[in-house]
Design a protein around this ligand. Structure first.
Ligand SMILES: [Zn+2]
Length: 417
């Protein structure tokens, strides 16, 4: 790993314009750049996160994207004031659908919910045209940030709502979706999930899942291997003509969780030209043992909803479940991981595959549980730490958005014209 000179250069530049040497020449522009503080460097980069679960908050009556919502226990981690404080320029805003039964009526309900969620994202942007803009291509990011607005790409987490009709992918593409993850917590019609290995139905992608990947290639959509079983990730890489993208995933060498990737798989992802965006979800990166009181409260609520979950929760039940869960969080706070544990994940991935293949997908508003990363306003700390570790502004440009946009450009170039 090359250690670069950002900090060393800044010390030299400071020495050159020391006030004790009044005869020193004015500092040339290049050296002025070198003396930028970590905060200034962070501010001038395009900073994107590839997994913002924030749209799940849009229908909550007490949530306002323009307000500094309370971030107790990290439940509201993204809103405009926090984005401004954290220098977050935007990213992929997620259309998430929980996994339900594989039958026609459930597919229909899931499809309608996902289309509605996409409408809500579009509506949020249209309601605040001075602050947000919908983005469709890699080039859109720099233009939108240049106009002083936040970038809103759309992504799908769990392709379950497509049912068995692959042509629905075109419908979502037309609405602006540019990143698609086949599967979530449980195996579905497309693929095996990393967290449902007992069933292991297909040993990777199903035949329909293979069709999904080809259709995403045809349309020009990035393919998200997060939540997918290792075998599914391998299948995606074998079938897709474009590099794989892991929008929010950790490394298994530091914490053995099936949501994380092994060194071997991560190297294959990098060889594929792909990118891992590091997750900051406490319980995926750290062994967090809840108190007995919290454990009991969670078991009770899970038992209560077990039957309904088998059928798939309605929106109303989901909202109620979430509210009850939040009440448990307030009474018996969850154990937290730490900023250092998160940074260890990122630094490990950087050392293993280099700064061309690592970025940030922290699972904001879908995860949490990391002390010192309670919401997006803490992002400049990541930049400061990476500079301390010897990574340059050029590296940081790639980590914060360049890698993601490079994959997006490759996907755009490969699509059928
Ligand atoms: Zn997720």
């Amino acid at each position: 790993m090359i250690k670069h000179l950002t900090l060393g250069a800044s010390i030299l530049a400071l020495a050159a314009c020391s006030p004790s040497d009044p005869k020193s020449d004015p500092v040339p522009a290049a050296e002025q750049a070198a003396v930028a503080t970590p905060a200034e460097i962070h501010e001038r980069l395009i900073v994107l996160d590839s997994h913002l679960d924030t749209p799940a908050n849009f229908s909550k009556p007490d949530f306002d994207i323009m307000a500094d919502n309370p971030s107790k226990l990290g439940q509201v981690q993204v809103d405009l004031p926090k984005m401004k404080r954290g220098g977050l320029d935007g990213g992929f805003w997620v259309i998430f659908t929980p996994q339900g039964p594989l039958d026609a009526a459930s597919y229909e309900a899931a499809k309608n919910a996902a289309l509605h969620r996409s409408d809500e994202i579009i509506q949020m942007v249209e309601s605040h045209p001075d602050n947000f803009e919908l983005a469709y291509t890699a080039d859109d990011a720099a233009r939108i940030v240049g106009d002083g607005k936040r970038v809103v790409y759309q992504s799908i987490e769990n392709s379950y709502p497509l049912g068995t009709d692959i042509s629905m992918l075109q419908t979502f593409y037309d609405k602006g979706v540019r990143l698609i993850g086949p599967v979530h917590f449980r195996d579905n019609q497309f693929a095996d999930s990393s967290t449902d290995l007992e069933a292991n139905d297909y040993g990777g992608l199903s035949p329909l899942g293979e069709e999904l990947i080809r259709e995403a290639n045809r349309l020009g959509m990035m393919i998200d291997g997060s939540h997918a079983a290792d075998s599914t990730v391998e299948d995606i890489m074998a079938i897709s003509t474009t590099p794989i993208f892991l929008s929010h995933t950790g490394v298994r060498a530091l914490y053995d969780h099936p949501r994380n990737v092994t060194d071997e798989l991560l190297k294959k992802v990098a060889d594929d030209g792909g990118v891992i965006q590091i997750n900051a979800y406490g319980s995926y990166i750290d062994d967090l043992e809840p108190t007995p009181e919290r454990k009991a409260a969670i078991e009770a609520i899970q038992e209560e909803y077990a039957e309904a979950m088998k059928e798939g929760l309605t929106d109303e039940q989901m909202a109620e479940f979430r509210e009850r869960y939040e009440a448990i969080d307030a009474e018996f706070p969850p154990p937290m991981s730490t900023f250092d544990v998160f940074m260890d994940q990122m630094l490990y991935a950087l050392k293993l595959v280099g700064p061309d293949h690592v970025g940030m997908g922290a699972d904001w508003d879908g995860g949490g549980g990391v002390e010192g990363m309670e919401d997006v306003s803490f992002l400049p700390k990541v930049t400061a730490r990476l500079l301390e570790e010897g990574y340059t502004e050029e590296d940081l440009e790639k980590i914060w958005s360049g890698n993601m946009l490079r994959v997006m450009r490759e996907v755009e170039a490969a699509k059928e014209q």
